[in-house]
Write a protein that binds this ligand. Structure first.
Ligand code: GLN
Ligand code: ZN
Length: 769
């Protein structure tokens, strides 16, 4: 095809759409089903209606090819496990008795049976259920869901393209089943899995599918030669099948790199690539392999992960370049729109002037359609859209929200010394010891105490106007009093105020910083029926007034023991928000860090001797490609040091991290130059303590001795045993005693007993020193 005819054929499509419905109907129906209030039939009917509405809306907006199979009651990777028959042994009976209940038992567990493990979907905040495989896994095709949803869409008269997790990514996302040796590599099951995919593809072909999309996002990560070979083999074998639809292999979140030539050579009919900032390099790499002659290229030019309006002219230019590189070029978002909220028009509290800078799933769909139209018929066909887009972009670029001269001047004036404590760690630690006079193995907690129903009700009452601010604050002060008095009685050494005032560890701060936007309906799926509303880092960030100081100061006024101030760190503030796309992430991090630095300094001035800056997301935002990691870690650790670098040597800075393997970021943890770090460690029996020791980590550390993810109360002996294990790696002078994480999700009864046992364990082990 010539470039001109390739353009004329341009089509608009998406890979997936938010599942929840405009009012989170799906969440409500599923949770209703779990509680026995909604029947299975009603749940199925409601879900089918949501799917129909979504497809119809996409088609009405001008999307030529709608996705099917992206819908899920819980998670699309779990759906894939069902599709290939990888039902863990322990769930098989429930699954055989009732497929829907079996599905939910895999997702959530039951009284007696553990669910599948959940982990982050690449570097997004979506979590998938990890397939459990072993040498004895027998796959069996079950294409019922895929075929049924495809038929539902075609019954509406629409052109549909089923979307499946590809076989290589499926195996690379899996882990050894319980009882299977940890070094088992699921990818070794590829030959067994491919025939199952062949069967599913044949089933979809029989149902009338012209194209099927196979998502292979795992190929954008660093891959070994063996893994790349496996990918090549997989698509050769699927490619040579005769009874199959055309195959579109999709990648997103980063550049394909070495996997690009592998897929370009494979006998498949199309590739989908990410052409946003996240995947810079794809365009050059594609040109370098000579393009995709005789293949369809689906170009992800609309960012599927951020919430900003697209620069349509820039995207058109990219599309124009791509025209010469493939047989046919279609337009899409860079990835499924699952990762963005549904519709900006639902937002009533955001000023219209700012709202026009934003694009959620529905607006992104319109952008894709406009771009496809522009590509097919020339810019003349989209003159009005281009003019409106130019005006929106100009409004954003020229807004004082986007550029606050005071914030910019301050960020530009930052020196290396600002991001450095005035004395090195060994000297500071002497000053802190003299000031704090803590026992060996000091005990503390990570910050939050149970967020009780009463606290949530108080917040709802404040929002609903049933109580006033004074009444609400009275309620918070009462809670702080209770938390302090409990900690004193229990014998903890470094106390916390308990975070009663926080709705969420990011949102609370976002609401108090200028430049941050909150949404009313900007829900995004985190996992299953759990949705979050990430705030938006929309403009330059400043802190007009202290955010936590009076709560911490109030707590300190109630006790002679040191109270630890508590903040969320800059990297985590970015990781759990939508970030700006008009400046490097490191610049945004620096602005947030400076705002938090003011808070840290004010806490110190108010007499707070210990300040904790939480960075649970430091590890999870690590770039997918190792080559990109040093640059990320450089700005991330600098932002932390900038937040904490302004305090006197005698002020002790703590940090905290959880849910991660820390092995590959220990140098970065050291580079934070915090005095004390607390980490999740109970379940891995202090693995991280050994990793810190192996690295020669010189600072104080509190590997958790109480797994707060479970209501289970650890005995004092059990916690003591973990401490003894910790002592083998970290000397007593540098070992702290604390839970794995905050206690906000726990109830008071187990919190009381667990912390009493934790203090008893510390005393027991101190006696043995
Ligand atoms: N300080 C926070 C808390 O205790 C830390 C939460 C987290 O690490 N996710 O709740
Ligand atoms: Zn934590």
């Amino acid at each position: 095809m010539t470039a001109k005819s390739a353009a004329a054929a341009a089509r608009a499509t998406v890979y997936g759409y938010p599942r929840q419905g405009p009012n989170r109907e799906l969440k409500k129906a599923i949770e209703g089903y779990w509680k026995g209030r909604v029947t299975a039939d009603a749940l199925r009917a409601g879900a089918a209606e949501l799917r129909r509405n979504t497809w119809q809306q996409l088609a009405d907006a001008g999307i030529h090819e709608v996705p099917t199979g992206d819908f899920s009651y819980y998670d699309h990777v779990l759906d894939t496990s069902v599709m290939v028959g990888a039902i863990p042994e322990r769930h098989r009976d429930t699954f055989a008795a009732d497929a829907l209940d079996g599905y939910f038992s895999m997702a959530r567990g039951t009284q007696d049976v553990a669910p599948l493990e959940m982990t982050k979907w690449f570097d997004t905040n979506y979590h998938y259920l990890v397939p459990e495989l072993g040498p004895d896994t027998v796959f069996a095709a079950d294409s019922a869901k895929q075929v049924a949803e495809f038929k539902e869409a075609t019954a509406l008269g629409l052109t549909a393209r089923p979307v499946l997790v590809g076989p290589v990514s499926y195996l690379l996302l899996a882990k050894p089943a319980p009882g299977v040796p940890a070094d088992f590599e699921p990818l070794t099951l590829l030959d067994r899995l491919l025939p199952v995919y062949a069967e599913v593809l044949a089933g979809l072909r029989a149902a009338g599918a012209e194209w099927v999309q196979l998502d292979e996002p795992a190929l954008v990560q660093d891959r070994t030669a063996a893994e790349l070979n496996a990918a090549g083999r997989a698509y050769r074998e699927l490619g040579v099948l005769t009874d199959r639809p055309k195959l579109l292999v999709a990648s997103y979140f980063d550049r394909l790199g070495e996997a690009l030539p592998v897929l370009a050579k494979a006998p498949v009919e199309g590739l989908a690539l990410d052409f946003t900032e996240a995947a810079v390099g794809n365009l050059e790499d594609l040109a370098a392999v000579g393009g995709l002659p005789r293949k369809r290229l689906v170009a992800g030019v609309v960012n599927g992960r951020n919430i900003w309006v697209n620069d349509l002219e820039k995207s058109l230019a990219t599309l124009g370049t791509l025209l010469g590189l493939a047989d046919r070029v279609d337009v899409a978002a860079s990835c499924s729109l699952l990762h963005v909220p549904l519709d900006t028009t639902a937002e009533r509290d955001i000023e219209p002037q700012i709202l026009r800078w934003l694009a959620f799933a529905r607006q992104k769909t319109a952008e894709i359609v406009t771009l496809a139209k522009g590509l097919a018929h020339g810019t003349g066909a989209i003159i009005a859209e281009l003019a409106a887009n130019r005006a929106d972009l100009a409004s954003r670029a020229g807004s004082p929200i986007t550029r606050d001269p005071a914030v910019r001047a301050r960020a530009a004036a930052v020196t290396e010394a600002d991001a450095r404590r005035s004395q090195p760690y060994p000297e500071r630690t002497a000053a802190q010891r003299a000031r704090l006079r803590l026992p060996l193995l000091p005990t503390t907690t990570i910050g939050s105490f149970p967020q009780t129903g009463e606290l949530r009700t108080a917040r709802a009452d404040l929002r609903g106007g049933r109580i006033d601010t004074a009444g609400y604050e009275e309620r918070i002060r009462a809670e702080i009093q209770e938390v302090i008095s409990f900690q004193e009685k229990t014998g903890l050494d470094v106390l916390v105020h308990g975070e009663a005032e926080r709705n969420d560890m990011v949102q609370y701060f976002a609401e108090r910083l200028t430049g941050y936007l909150a949404t009313q309906h900007g829900w995004v799926q985190s996992y299953g029926t759990r949705y979050v509303r990430p705030p938006i880092l929309a403009g330059d960030i400043a802190r007009p007034e202290p955010m936590t100081v009076r709560w911490t100061a109030y707590a300190q006024s109630l006790t002679d023991r040191p109270v630890k101030g508590m903040l969320t760190g800059p990297v985590t503030m970015l990781a759990w928000s939508f970030v700006r796309d008009d400046q490097p992430l490191g610049d945004t991090a620096r602005q947030v860090a400076l705002a938090l630095r003011d808070e840290v300094n004010d806490l110190e001035t108010a007499g707070t001797p210990v300040i904790q800056v939480d960075e649970p997301a430091l590890r999870e935002t690590l770039p997918l490609r190792t080559a990109d990691r040093p640059a990320y870690l450089a700005w991330a650790t600098e932002a932390f040091r900038l937040t904490t670098g302004g305090v006197r040597p005698g002020t002790q800075i703590h940090t905290h991290m959880c849910y991660a393997e820390f092995g590959d970021i220990i140098q970065a943890i050291d580079d934070l130059d915090a005095d004390v770090i607390s980490l999740e460690a109970a379940r891995s029996r202090m693995q991280v303590a050994r990793e810190l020791a192996a690295h020669g980590y010189p600072r104080e550390a509190g590997p958790g001795v109480y797994d707060i993810h479970s209501p289970r109360v650890p005995s004092a002996e059990e916690a003591a045993e973990l401490l003894r294990t910790g002592l083998k790696a970290i000397p007593a002078e540098r070992l702290w005693v604390n839970p794995d994480c905050g206690l906000k999700t726990r109830g008071w009864p187990e919190t009381r007993s667990s912390l009493a046992n934790l203090v008893a364990a510390a005393r027991m082990v101190r006696g043995e020193l």
